[in-house]
Design a protein around this ligand. Structure first.
Ligand SMILES: [Mg+2]
Length: 211
């Protein structure tokens, strides 16, 4: 049976970190570039990154409603050689069935669902429906041996593998050392194939420039 690949959206194909940082830029006491760098490290709360609560950040974002989510730039606009959404999706289709799997925030989930659907349809076609929106903790309910989660969150990858699935910890900065987008797609494809052979332990893409 063909594998099922669940592709995360925020910080995998949509540059959520950059968009949040730009949104709170005017409120930041500390250096913008430093906050951007910190927001990319993963595992940090917005309180730690910006000194603002999740609710305060989302309140600023949701002043624009669903349009805030629709206007998130693509990851490929910032990270050298990171694959664009459509090409990454097409490449993954060669490995299995691909479904976008993305979490909604507890604050303003209706704005996020509306905006994320439009964000994906802008890139994948106006009738595109191959996506699942859920709360973060529910991603692991989809775990099974022939299913791979591609996600930037360590916690999501661990929850998915602990629930019996396979996972690739996605990090767009890991593509910086590669010569082009095609090489980045091949690098990720190889990680997905490896993850399918080794359920129970997330495969992590490595940024060789940072070692
Ligand atoms: Mg994510």
């Amino acid at each position: 049976m063909k594998p099922q690949i669940y592709l995360d959206v925020d910080n995998c194909v949509a540059d959520f970190s950059l968009h949040v940082t730009r949104t709170v830029k005017s409120q930041l006491d500390s250096d913008y570039a430093e906050c951007l760098e910190r927001s990319d490290r993963g595992g940090m709360t917005w309180e730690e990154t910006f000194g603002m609560s999740d609710d305060a950040v989302l309140a600023m974002a949701h002043a624009e409603g669903h349009r805030w989510w629709e206007s998130i730039p693509e990851v490929a606009d910032r990270f050298k050689n990171a694959p664009r959404c459509l090409r990454l999706h097409d490449a993954m289709k060669g490995l299995g069935k691909v479904t976008f799997l993305t979490a909604l925030p507890k604050t303003g989930p209706e704005f996020a669902a509306h905006g994320k659907a439009n964000w994906l349809r802008t890139r994948m076609g106006s009738k595109f429906t191959d996506f699942i929106f859920c709360m973060r903790r529910h991603k692991a309910l989809l775990a099974a041996p022939n299913r791979v989660l591609v996600d930037d969150s360590d916690e999501n990858c661990e929850d998915f593998t602990n629930a019996g699935g396979c996972a690739v910890r996605y990090d767009a900065t890991a593509f910086a050392h590669l010569p082009n987008e095609a090489a980045a797609i091949e690098y990720l494809s190889k990680a997905v194939r490896t993850a399918l052979r080794s359920p129970g332990c997330p495969v992590t893409l490595i940024n060789k420039d940072k070692r």
